[in-house]
Design a protein around this ligand. Structure first.
Ligand code: PLP
Length: 398
């Protein structure tokens, strides 16, 4: 039996053995409560402090500016709800991109019910926000701009520094969901003028259920989880020490290996993109050709938009795990993707894409195997009739 090939690293990444090794003692030997004053507690506290520094270093922040959360979703909510809560009874306008993850969009929807005005920024055909649109959207009562650093469907990178610069000049806080981007592409909260930034460990070869929010020194955010005052009073609850330690080590490895790893992944990514254009007629890359995450490919196959799930399942049967990129999870499988619709796809076309996302443990040999398996599957599923014309405006041919 040939080994399975995991190409869905945007969904989650396999934990790095070095990360598990770092966390192990905190599940067995070092089990103290970091709030306790005795030696057991102090040992746990020191480990949390080291991890906080490691996570801070990944994004050019200071240790005190990192708040550990239970997920990237929680970090997004802490940032957005926090800013809205801090506004109190004053009018509150929030600007977010139309292609944000549901962690941001659903949070905004809930805020709308409470009277917050939410404005969605459009993106171009490659999924990129135009800074001029942001400039135009700002109002005196705008309190927050939130634009993700990298999109989870397309892999497209946003001009974060430019967008954050506009917000800063207008006195508006800037949040970025860097859950997909962190550890894969350089981020520096100082030079990029970011006020709030969300992270999630399981996207960078750490464990699930642990995230972080960077909160720039001086930004006032009321606690969403009041209680014993952990995490500087911002997020109460006894810390998940083992997961925090693992996150710290994952962040450290990602920082140290980012440059070489990105170059390696770009080679594999571009091999897949180039080979597919030769092997499969009418396949096209979705999103920007170069302004994208090093290991991220989002593909369309003309006339097969309704077949994305079948394609995914056939690949799964052949031993290759990918994502259908249509909606963000199996809970919404087959529904049109708000991201694909935002880049101009009609609802039918927006039902189907194939997301292939690489990680630290993928190899060129696996990419070559994918290229043996994928073209015959596409040909076998492709309908003979009614092929839709490929719209050059909304996607670049591979
Ligand atoms: N933001 C983005 C861009 C994501 O891709 C994800 C996860 O897919 C999240 C937020 C949510 O992170 P978590 O799974 O840690 O809640």
């Amino acid at each position: 039996m040939t080994a399975r090939i995991y190409l869905d690293n945007a969904a989650t990444t396999p934990p790095d053995p070095r990360v598990i090794e770092a966390a192990q003692p905190f599940l067995t030997r070092v089990w103290g409560n970091p709030s306790s004053l005795h030696q057991e507690g102090r040992e746990a506290r020191e480990a949390v402090d080291v991890a906080r520094r490691q996570v801070a270093e990944l994004i050019g922040a200071r240790r005190e500016e990192i708040v550990f959360t239970g997920s990237g979703t929680e970090a997004d909510n802490m940032a957005i709800q926090g800013v809205a809560l801090a506004a109190g009874d004053r009018p509150c306008h929030v600007v977010v991109s139309a292609i944000e993850h549901p962690a941001v969009l659903e949070c905004c929807r809930a805020l709308e019910q409470r009277g917050v005005a939410v404005e969605l920024l459009p993106v171009n055909a490659e999924g990129i926000v135009d800074p001029a649109d942001l400039e135009r959207s700002l109002r005196p009562e705008t309190r927050l701009v939130s634009v993700m650093a990298a999109n989870n469907v397309l892999g497209t990178l946003q001009p974060v520094a430019e967008l954050a610069g506009i917000a800063r000049r207008r006195g508006v806080l800037f949040h970025t969901d860097a859950v997909q981007a962190a550890g894969k592409t350089p981020i520096n909260v100082q030079s990029q003028q970011i006020d709030l930034l969300s992270l999630s460990a399981h996207k960078l070869h750490g464990p699930k259920g642990i995230g972080a929010l960077y909160v720039r020194d001086g930004v006032k955010l009321p606690p969403l989880v009041p209680g014993g005052g952990q995490e500087g009073g911002r997020r109460s609850g006894t810390e998940n020490v083992a997961a925090i330690v693992a996150f710290g080590r994952a962040a450290e490895i990602a920082r140290l290996e980012m440059a070489s790893e990105a170059a390696r992944l770009v080679r594999i990514r571009d091999f897949i993109i180039d080979s597919l254009s030769q092997a499969i007629d009418n396949s096209y890359l979705i999103g920007h050709r170069f302004r994208r995450l090093p290991g991220h490919i989002c593909l369309g196959f003309e006339g097969m938009e309704g077949e994305a799930i079948k394609l995914l399942l056939a690949l799964d049967e052949a031993g290759v795990a990918v994502s259908s990129g249509s909606a963000c999870s199996s809970n919404h499988a087959g529904q049109p993707s708000h991201v694909l619709q935002a880049i101009g796809f009609n609802p039918i076309k927006a039902r189907g894409s194939l997301r292939i996302t690489l990680g630290r443990f993928n190899t060129m040999a696996e990419a070559e195997r994918l290229m043996e398996v994928l073209p015959p599957i596409v040909r076998s599923l492709r309908p003979m009739h009614g092929m839709m014309r490929h719209d050059k405006r909304t996607s670049a041919a591979v």
